[in-house]
Design a protein around this ligand. Structure first.
Ligand code: ADP
Ligand code: ASP
Ligand code: MG
Length: 409
């Protein structure tokens, strides 16, 4: 008998019929003797709909109240799922974050899980019930509802699996595993049988939303094996696991892209100590996450500074930076929302030189201009014009040999 944590995403619970079929699937495993903890997302489109509602009410919704609103999506799913299970003759119990005891900090909209109590879930499992837990939500020290950031139900599932020492954490979604790139963008994308935590972490943070970043961080930290698989088939999916020696043989294992960032440039900034701090402090203070930063060498004591932020924070950032620019005597602030970041990822890069130049060459051949570059041990990212994203993904996918199955050595 195993303790299995399963998570079903928005599309998987997108209709009454789909919730019923998830219920049938879970009951099957329950009948095999497994203890089942089922984390659910809101039904497809619900969270977006709730955010739209809030914006109809006010341009800048209060973060605490927005979390109260957004958390309702998952509440609907778990209630309907428990009803479905019961209507099929089995016992179930739906639990919200606060009922489980999923404690987070108070950063509304992007709260971090700090502690999970397992007593309530264990008590329900002992009664031979199928337990379903609302994803994406928690409770802070003030006793208020928080949400974990978009895609956060993955994190709920992995964190629960870690806390409960589950045998496996299965993430059920609308694709049958982790692919070499988004299969909806590149028809030649291939399903991977295995991917290391580090590669998956890079893929997720570089835009592959198949797993939310923090869920992978949790999995790596607590060594939780994740199985990403399809709700609509019984095929084996992709295992996200500790790195193995074989993985190093593959130079590039995936291509990711992110269209959710915008670029901000401050022209002719006086180049003296403390300037970067003056510019970025108000941005960081507002909880805005800055991604790539590029500073040119200075000419006549003046330099240009460029960085990227999430599109959702673009206008706020432009305002903050324009205020600072005026105070420090910079020439002007420019913004560009039509950018995308395209990245190649692979643990094999650690031991191979020349991957970056090959990437630049491939993009150059297609006449795609590179605006910014950043690298780490196992990834290279280029910021390009948004309209070239799909083209860039496909040519990189082909040129790095991902269109074809790797040769077994
Ligand atoms: P869920 O609602 O189940 O959480 P998501 O929409 O968050 O599902 O994530 C699944 C989607 O991730 C897929 O439909 C696919 O378009 C996208 N995706 C992006 N990159 C990848 C990748 N490398 N492998 C698989 N899916 C990917
Ligand atoms: N419902 C939330 C979202 O759409 C959380 C999730 O689905 O993982 O972002
Ligand atoms: Mg998701």
């Amino acid at each position: 008998m195993a303790l299995i944590v399963q998570k079903y995403g928005g599309t998987s619970v997108g209709s009454i019929e789909r919730i019923r079929s998830v219920a049938r699937r879970v009951i099957e495993s329950h009948l095999q003797g497994h203890q089942m903890v089922v984390v659910l997302s809101a039904m497809a489109g619900q969270t977006d709909g709730l955010i739209r509602l809030a914006r109809e009410m006010t341009e800048d919704p209060d973060p605490r109240e927005l979390d109260v609103l957004m958390a309702t999506g998952e509440q609907i799913s778990v209630a309907l799922f428990a009803m479905a299970v019961k209507s099929m003759g089995y016992d179930a119990c739906s639990l919200l974050g606060f009922q489980v005891g999923i404690y987070t900090d108070d950063l509304y909209g992007k709260a971090r899980i700090q502690q999970i109590k397992k007593e309530r879930i264990l008590k329900e499992l002992e009664k031979n019930r199928i337990v379903t837990v609302a994803g994406f939500q928690g409770l802070d020290d003030h006793g208020d509802i928080t949400t974990l950031g978009r895609g956060g139900s993955d994190t709920t599932a992995v964190a629960l699996a870690a806390a409960m020492k589950a045998d496996v954490c299965e993430i059920y979604t609308d694709v049958d595993g982790v692919y070499t790139t988004d299969p909806h963008v590149c028809p030649k994308a291939r399903k991977l049988n295995l991917i290391s935590y580090d590669e998956m972490l890079e893929m997720a943070s570089l835009g592959a939303k198949v797993l939310e970043i923090r869920s992978v961080e949790f999995a790596k930290k607590y060594n939780v094996p994740i199985h990403v698989r399809s709700t609509f088939s019984n095929e084996r999916g992709t295992m996200v696991v500790e790195e193995t020696r074989d993985m190093e043989k593959v130079l590039v294992s995936g291509v990711a892209f992110n269209k959710n960032e915008a670029r901000v440039t401050i022209r002719k900034v006086p180049d003296r100590p403390g300037i970067a701090f003056r510019i970025f402090e108000p941005v960081f203070e507002s909880g805005i996450v800055v991604d790539m930063i590029l500073q040119n060498t200075s000419e006549d004591g003046l330099t240009d500074l460029t960085f990227t932020v999430p599109k959702a924070d673009f206008y706020k950032t432009m305002k903050l930076v324009s205020d600072t620019a005026q105070k420090i005597g910079a020439e002007k602030v420019l913004g560009d929302e039509n950018i995308a970041k395209v990245s190649i990822i692979g643990v094999g890069m650690r031991t191979h030189a020349g991957v970056a130049s090959r990437m630049f060459e491939i993009l150059a051949k297609e006449n795609i201009n590179i605006m910014m570059i950043s690298t780490s041990e196992i990834k290279i990212s280029c910021v390009i014009e948004e309209k070239y994203t799909e083209l860039a993904v496909r040519v990189l996918h082909e040129a790095f040999g991902l269109d074809v199955e790797p040769q077994k050595s």
